[in-house]
Design a protein around this ligand. Sequence first.
Ligand code: HEM
Length: 389
Amino acid sequence: MVHIRFTSIAFGVAALSSALAFPAYESLSGLSERQLVEAASESNRGGGGGGPGAKVPPPPPGPPSFTGAKLVDDARHPWMPTRPGDIRGPCPGLNTLASHGYLPRDGVASPEQIIKAVQDGFNMDNELARFTTYMAHLLDGNPVTDLISIGGKTPKTGPDPPRPAIVGGISNHGTFEGDGSMTRADAFFGDNHSFNPALFEQFKDFSNRLGGGFYNLTVAAELRFHRIQQSIGNNPQFSIVGFRHLTLYAEAAFPVTLFVDGRRTGAQAGHLDMRSAESFFKDMRFPRGFFRAAQPSGAGPAPEIFAAHPTVPGRNVAGVNTFTPDTSLGSITDFCTFYTQFVSKTLKGLYPNPTGVLRRNLNINLNFLYQSLGAGAQGCPQVFPYGQN
Ligand code: HEM
C-alpha cells in the first residue's frame, strides 16, 4: 500500500546514499564546509545573527486565491533567452519559470519565490510545492542567505546585485538530482543537467508507440521502468535510494499533470503533445498561449506509475547489472522511514554540527518541511536533529 498522499506531498529527487557516503568535508549541500562556515560567520557579523547576507527565512506562501486555469504565457512574463551568467539546470519546470520571469531570470531564488512561482505559473499544489522546495533547499540551498540556485553552484559574486555568499544548487548529484531521468543523462556520464537529445528521442519514441503521439500515464509508466532498467544496465554507479525513489515517480507524473494545457479536458486531458514537450524540456519555454492546469495539481498519478512496474529502492553495488535493494532510507511506499532518515541521517550527515544563524535557519526550514507534510505525515513524529529552538 502506498502511504503517502501524492496530491500533497512526495515529489522529490535524490540518491541520498551517495551524499551520505561522502566525508563531511567534501559535501555539505553542494558547498564545502569552509564556504558554509564563511557564510555563517559573515552573517553573524553585525550581531543579532544578521549580517549582510543573512536572512530569517519567511513563512512559506499559502495557496493563491484563484486556482483555476489561466493564461500564463502572458505579456507580463515574456520568454527571454538566457544571458551570460544566468543559471538553468535539470528541472524543466523551474527552467521555464525562470526564462519567463516567474522566477528571477538569473536562476537564483528564495524558497518563497519558488513556491509562489510554481503555483502561479503551473498551478502546482501548495503542499507539494512547499515539500519539494524545502527538500531542495535543505539539500542544496544556502540556508544562511536563504537562496538556492536552480542549477549549479554560484560563484561568490553574481551579476547584479553581487551575491553575498556562494549558493548551492539543485544540479548537485546525489542530493535532490538523481539517476534515471527521462531527458537528462546520469551524472556518471558527465552531464546530469543539460537537455539530452538522444534521451528525448527515446521519450518521443515511447510516446509515439504507446501514446499515439502523446505522453500520457501509460507512457509514463513504461518509460519510467525502461529508464531504470537502462541505467541498471549501463551505469555502474546507478542509485535510486531514499528521496530519489519518490522523485522518480513524481517527476514522471508532472508532464501529465502540469505540462498539459489547462484547457484540454475530457479525452484530451492528461495527454502531452510532442511539440509542447520539446518546448518545456528543451527550450525552457511555455508553448505559445499556454494555460496552466485547471486545478492545483502535482504528483497525483505517481502511485499508479509506480504500481505498473514496482521497483524497490536500491543501487548497483559492484558495476552494471548488480542492482541490490536498499530500503534503509525509505521509499515511495514507506514515507515515514523516508522522512525520519532524511532528517536524522542525510541532513545530519550534510550538516553535522551547525551553529549560530546556520543552525537557526536549518531548524526554521526543517519546521517548514514538516508542516508541508500536512495529513501526509500520518502520525510520523517530527524529528529535531538540532534541538527545538
Ligand atoms: C517546486 C520546486 C521544484 C524543485 C525544487 C524541482 C527540482 C527538480 C530537480 C532537482 C529535478 C532533477 C531530478 C532528476 O535528477 O531528474 C527535477 C526534475 C524534474 N522536474 Fe522539477 N522541481 C520543482 C518543480 C517542478 C515543476 C513545477 C515542474 C513541472 C511543471 C517540474 C517538472 C520536472 C520534471 C518533468 C522533471 C524530470 C526531468 C527529467 O526526468 O528529464 N518540477 N526537478
